[in-house]
Design a protein around this ligand. Structure first.
Ligand code: NAD
Length: 488
């Protein structure tokens, strides 16, 4: 169904500093109403070819600018996005289904900060130098941008994750062709409108919109794109690895998770419970870092469960533009069905659904009846080998199970194919360090969640990814290093 009251928003690709229409388009839905409200270019080889050509042409001038010149442009772009923060937040909420509060306080501020952070960090890198006095030599390293970077991002944190790639890529002197998710393209298109005013030369940032199979794959297969930074699912990453293999491309892959929270009996539950609710249900559970397996030590298991479920029931689901709402709409009808199917499978296996899907009733405003909503759902007595404990669900569903010993819980927490993020709750400092060291996880938060210092490495182990991003890590990924020896 179409929203007759409003004109459809029609996006265009951004190539060589100009908006260019596409020959065909894809419908994009407002997840909170189920209406088509936007049309996104269905780009393919031809559009990607034009964008890569523009990025290649812009590379010599952009890469020869000083880090300070690039830094000033990135800061200007940050200021411009910040100036329009409310418009960006409204657009992100409408396009993605997330609450306006989350978009205002997390997504858009972080997109602004991504540009400011890399505008600053690019000024502070040093390279290595060694001396071999016995043979009269010094050795030093140089770092240079690689060329045209291909950037592919997912739908859960659209502008936040796209700018986490664009900012370091262009700060280092690369030019880029970016492909946002076809389901959430609007804020990337809005950002393109600000590039010229920020002083970003034409061709430095090109954005092609479209599906992964057509536009994404054309970018991955393009011989003049030596580097791909991808955030998305493990399955897509496998395909990207295969498709890029003939070109030996440099890949950074930030993928899914099945993140455990481990709650020991000496945890401060007054901190642990509200934070674990957020880590399970924030952004509808659609964050790669969300908790979906909560291991609680036997002695406090029933108390934890009682308090956790009582609080989960207070999370308000509804119209994302209502600032009092905690849970917005899921990204799509298909995704909602998939998330629901996990709850059904858990029930069929004999697990207990303590609140949410299939247990409580969901009351929605009239205008949101066709939206993709779901209540925060807590499942208990689910077996470790169940698909609900093994596969990434990526929705507002979390499993709570009991454990007895430290050794046992480390083995169970590590017993999945993923290794992205874990949280540990304990007031015993020795235990916190011991457990953190043994968890197979790229990030371990203890007695907190989602607090990030962008200077430090971010990324996953095992099926959660390859490579790390952060101040130094992104600099290394987006540059090529050279070792030079001088005999004097
Ligand atoms: P997805 O893999 O379906 O899509 C991600 C992007 O890849 C989209 O832009 C899509 O169009 C594109 N794509 C799809 N097929 C492609 C192909 N064959 N070639 C090139 N590009 C292709 O993922 P999604 O459903 O959009 O996002 C959710 C997933 O992302 C979850 O698994 C989540 O955990 C993961 N994620 C990871 C992180 C992280 O930092 N580790 C952050 C956010 C999301």
């Amino acid at each position: 169904t179409m929203a007759h009251s409003e004109a459809l928003l029609v996006l265009e690709n951004f190539i060589a500093g100009k908006f260019v229409p596409c020959s065909s388009y894809i419908d994009s839905y407002n997840p909170s109403t189920g209406d088509v409200y936007c049309r996104v270019p269905d780009s393919g080889k031809e559009e990607v070819e034009a964008a890569v050509k523009a990025a290649k042409a812009a590379f010599p001038i952009w890469s020869s600018k000083s880090p300070l010149e690039r830094s000033q442009i990135l800061n200007k772009l940050a200021d411009l996005i910040e100036h329009d923060l409310e418009a960006f937040a409204q657009a992100e909420s409408k396009d993605q289904g997330k609450t306006i509060t989350f978009a205002r306080t997390v997504d858009i501020p972080r997109a602004v900060y991504n540009f400011r952070f890399f505008a600053s960090s690019i000024l502070h890198h040093t390279t290595e130098c060694t001396e071999m006095a016995s043979v009269g030599c010094v050795h030093y390293t140089l770092r240079a941008p690689v060329g045209v970077a291909g950037l592919i991002s997912p739908w859960n944190l659209p502008l936040y994750l796209l700018t986490w790639k664009i900012a370091p890529a262009i700060a280092c002197g690369n030019t880029v062709v970016a492909k946002p998710s076809e389901m959430t393209s609007v804020t990337a298109w809005m950002m393109c409108k600000l590039l010229e005013k920020a002083g970003v030369p034409h061709g430095v940032v090109n954005v092609v919109f479209g599906t992964g199979a057509k536009a994404g794959e054309a970018l991955v297969c393009h011989p003049d794109v030596p580097l791909i930074s991808f955030t998305g699912s493990t399955l897509t990453a496998q395909r990207i690895t295969e498709k890029s293999a003939p070109h030996c491309k440099r890949l950074s892959l930030e993928l899914g998770g099945k993140n455990p929270a481990i709650v020991f009996d000496d945890a401060d539950l007054s901190q642990c419970i509200p934070t674990t609710l957020r880590s399970s249900f924030a952004n509808q559970g659609e964050i790669c870092l969300c908790t979906s397996r909560i291991f609680v030590q036997r002695g406090i298991y029933s108390e934890f469960l009682k308090r956790f479920v009582a609080e989960a029931k207070k999370w308000k689901v509804g119209n994302p533009s209502d600032p009092t709402v905690d849970v917005g709409a899921l990204i799509s009808k298909e995704h909602l069905e998939k998330v629901r199917s996990y709850v059904k499978k858990a029930q069929a296996e004999g697990a207990r659904v303590l609140c949410g899907e299939g247990v409580d009733s969901l009351v929605l405003p009239t205008s949101n009846q066709k939206g993709y909503f779901m209540l925060p759902t807590v499942i208990a007595e689910v077996k470790d080998e169940s698909c609900c404990m093994q596969e990434e669900i990526f929705g507002p569903v979390t499993c709570v199970v009991a454990f007895d010993t430290e050794d046992e819980v480390i083995g169970r927490a590590n017993g999945v194919k993923y290794g992205l993020a874990a949280t540990v709750w304990s007031s015993n400092v020795g235990r916190v360090h011991r457990v953190a060291r043994r968890l197979q996880s790229g990030l371990v938060w203890t007695n907190c969640w989602l607090i990030r210092d962008l200077n430090l490495p971010f990324g996953g182990m095992k099926a959660s990814g390859i490579g790390r991003e952060g101040a130094k890590d992104s600099y290394e990924f987006f540059t090529e290093v050279k070792t030079i020896t001088v005999k004097h």
